[in-house]
Design a protein around this ligand. Structure first.
Ligand SMILES: [Zn+2]
Length: 493
């Protein structure tokens, strides 16, 4: 059997003014997908492994991924789409294609187009209208009518943080193989759940997601149900279709899928008031106050503060300064801390460049922040010493700079790469465990930080990934929508 595979993965934050372009993406083309592109945290890896084990002839097209950020450049998206379509045309000319299996995010937005997944799937369907097409999605996918119209079956991640990407790819591939082997047609039922969930309230190890995901797994044992998923939408995208949903794919019996989707949607809706933050949380000023008290009075070490409103891995700009302003106002307290305060960090290409130009050891007068997020970010003047420079770090080739300003150590990056990477601080020779107070632009702490944090405080800081959804000035999302409309009612038929 000849099966086309491909992937496109980006979570686009429409509040972030950065346009995500070619320099932000890693792209694997053709055969590269089967070699360099086989990374453990890609759904396409599971797709490829499963199809290979079944003896399929795999037709790789394009796999494009970037760190969450602002919407994707129109010309760049068009170039990726054309390449993918051209590769399918070439394969089609060489012989019949039996199926298609894709790994997509589901919340990628493109300038001038909107939903990238709907646009791409529509173009693929024009070329290959009748063959089975299954898709592995991120849990934060936003389902649109175009997506439902074009693909036969979907399955989303069941974990957040996402540690089942590969397994989800395997699941999508298994559904495709089952359809190809039996000739049975896959069917998908969808129920919109009119609510959004802040990212940090949806960890799958915490309630209510823990029970709700178990419900999905239980439902997958029902006859006629192949995949049951909750897809949560992406709260930091102001788009018409943004909402949670229950999505159920199965064979033969649309009624079983429809009834299962309805039941799941009902269960999710009933638990809507149970979604809550797992860690203690306060506004920015209060978070820093609590952190100073914890270090200076209770001798806790290290205390972590998440600058969650400006989390680049949730697509925020990475240069909002709500917390930095609070720190600068309290530098006398910072100076009394037993170790430097470590701040990881800021995406600030001009500041990083100025430091690199000055060189290690040099004193610099720079501004940090406020290049992109000019609503929540200001250019904060900082006099600092350049402590360390690392060029060309990681798959996105970012420069890293460590600067020291009074009793604060700060990381700057030249590219929008996020600060959850467990290799970033070690690359700069920094061991976070040695610092009494660590501020990090993240939401829930990644395992590398969670395991060392004696105390974790989440600051509901201002930025493009503001966790307080009720305070976000949405214009396009369909109302009523919980929790923006807290008293709304809803029923599922
Ligand atoms: Zn996600």
């Amino acid at each position: 059997m000849r099966v086309v595979i491909g992937g496109m993965n980006h979570e686009s934050n429409t509040f972030n003014p950065i346009i995500t372009g070619p320099e932000d993406f890693v792209v694997f083309r053709g055969e590269e997908m089967l070699t360099k592109g086989m990374l453990p945290y890609y759904s396409s890896t599971g797709i490829i492994n499963t199809l290979s084990a079944a003896g399929c002839e795999i037709i790789p097209t394009v796999l494009a991924r970037a760190v969450p950020n602002g919407v994707v450049s129109g010309p760049f998206y068009q170039s990726i789409k054309s390449e993918l379509i051209e590769r399918i045309k070439t394969a089609k000319a060489a012989g019949p294609i039996d199926g298609i299996c894709l790994g997509l995010h589901g919340s990628m937005k493109v300038e001038g187009i909107g939903c990238a997944e709907g646009d791409l799937l529509t173009a693929i369907r024009e070329l290959l209208p009748d063959i089975p097409l299954t898709v592995a999605l991120d849990m934060h996918a936003t389902i649109t009518p175009e997506m439902l119209k074009t693909a036969n079956a979907f399955v989303g991640y069941k974990t957040a943080p996402h540690i089942d990407c590969q397994q989800t790819g395997e699941h999508a591939a298994r559904m495709l193989l089952a359809s190809l082997e039996t000739g049975r047609k896959l069917y998908t039922a969808y129920r919109r759940i009119p609510m959004l969930v802040a990212g940090e309230k949806s960890e799958s190890e915490a309630e209510p997601m823990k029970s709700l995901i178990k419900d999905c797994r239980d439902m997958e044992n029902r006859p006629g149900v192949e995949a049951a998923s909750f897809l949560l939408g992406f709260p930091w995208a102001d788009t018409e279709h943004n909402a949670c949903c229950a999505l159920v794919s199965g064979f033969d019996d649309p009624a079983a899928a429809e009834e299962t989707a309805r039941e799941l949607a009902e269960r999710f809706w009933k638990r809507r008031r149970d979604f809550s933050f797992r860690s203690e949380y306060y506004d920015s000023a209060e978070s820093m106050k609590k952190a100073y008290e914890a270090v200076l009075e209770k001798r806790e070490h290290p205390v972590f503060v998440s600058d969650s409103g400006d989390n680049p891995t949730a697509g925020a700009a990475g240069d909002a300064t709500d917390i930095l302003e609070r720190i600068m106002e309290t530098m006398d307290t910072v100076d009394r801390l037993p170790t430097q305060l470590l701040y990881s960090g800021f995406y600030d290409a001009p500041a990083a460049e100025a430091c690199i130009k000055a060189g290690t050891g040099a004193m610099v007068d720079i501004t940090v922040g406020g290049n992109w997020d000019t609503i929540n970010g200001k250019k904060i003047p900082i006099k600092a010493q350049v402590k360390k420079i690392v060029r060309d770090f990681g798959p996105y080739h970012s420069d890293l700079v460590l600067i020291s300003c009074r009793n604060m150590l700060m990381v700057l990056t030249s590219k929008h790469i996020g600060f959850g990477d467990d290799e970033l601080l070690p690359a700069l020779g920094v061991n976070a465990a040695e610092y009494c107070l660590v501020v990090v632009k993240l939401g829930y702490l990644e395992p590398c930080f969670r395991t060392i944090a004696q105390r974790a405080i989440m600051a509901t800081s201002k930025g493009c990934s503001n966790e307080v959804l009720e305070s976000i000035p949405y214009k396009l999302v369909r109302r009523p929508l919980y929790p923006l409309d807290p008293d709304m009612e809803c029923s599922f038929t």
